[in-house]
Design a protein. Structure first.
Length: 292
């Protein structure tokens, strides 16, 4: 009996030594913002909104690319994942088909728009289905936020949506580590924020595009997200320097007139207004108001 107790005590002692040196699992919280124009296979505006005959197909493919990103994040050890539906109505991703490990944010709310839900508790940001800024050659369905805006310029840099959203992530000290979309936005985002893992799912050819198969795109996204999250030290948070100057160029001069009524706005041309502040959150709110 004494010998049995001694053996049990020895086993428990060895187990205690083994667990004493173990560190608790590191939490990895990931924010995934999902747009639609940069999804594989998609080429026409009719495919991006309710009423288009192929919209149900591309809602499904959008959801599947979001799932690929979730799978990659889980492979890299993500412990918490938030997906932001960031296209048009913000009601495109099919909730019942989204992987259950992620929480989904739907519908529009505050000034963070495509980044609604981001905060300082996140470790990394992933962009899925993104596209190039308005006026970019050989880019699929290029635009900046809406067809009513011709340009968004932050501290002298012409911004695609990915650049603007990366700056919002930077405000919360969170790096953007991955982007998928067409090859034009993959080039553009690197020029603006520096090193980032990208997957180009299509190459624009004027209004047309050369596509990879959606299943291949999903496999590449899964692998790319996992690689990016395992290599976090390679990426820097994108933080433009204060004071911040935002210039918005509209397609219609009447929109610029209305935006000029916002306190602090300066009319810079017939179709543009500018805002300046030392607080980037003020700039974010001004941008939201100017687009109403």
């Amino acid at each position: 009996m004494k010998r049995s107790l001694a053996i049990v005590a020895a086993v428990l002692f060895v187990a205690a030594l083994a667990t004493a040196g173990q560190q608790p699992a590191k939490k990895l919280k990931v924010f995934i913002s999902v747009d639609m124009e940069g999804i594989s296979g998609l080429i026409n505006w009719d495919e991006t909104s309710q009423g288009g005959p192929d919209y149900p197909l591309f809602r499904k493919l959008m959801t599947e690319e979001a799932n690929a990103a979730i799978s990659g994040a889980l492979d890299a050890g993500a412990t918490e994942i938030v997906v932001r539906d960031a296209h048009d109505s913000a009601r495109n991703i099919l909730p019942d088909l989204l992987r259950p490990e992620a929480r989904l944010i739907r519908e529009w709310n505050g000034p963070l728009s495509m980044m609604e839900g981001i905060d300082k508790t996140f470790d990394a940001v992933v962009f899925i289905g993104y596209h190039a800024r308005a006026g970019t050659p050989d880019a699929v369905l290029k635009h900046t936020m809406s067809l009513s805006l011709f340009d968004v310029i932050l501290n002298g840099v012409r911004m695609p949506e990915g650049g603007w959203n990366a700056a919002i992530a930077g405000y919360f000290d969170v790096p953007v580590v991955f982007l998928s979309g067409d090859s034009a936005i993959c080039r553009q985002i690197k020029e603006i924020i520096g090193p980032i893992e990208t997957v180009a799912v299509k190459d624009g050819i004027g209004k047309a595009a050369s596509m990879i198969h959606p299943l291949k795109a999903q496999q590449m996204i899964k692998a790319g997200v996992a690689s990016a999250l395992r290599n976090m030290k390679a990426y820097k948070t994108y933080k433009p320097a204060a004071p911040y100057k935002l210039e918005i160029v509209f397609t219609d001069e009447n929109q610029a007139l209305r935006a000029s009524w916002i306190p602090g706005a300066v009319r810079t041309s017939e179709r543009s207004v500018a805002f300046t502040s030392a607080d980037f959150m003020d700039i974010i709110k001004d941008f939201r108001l100017a687009r109403l």
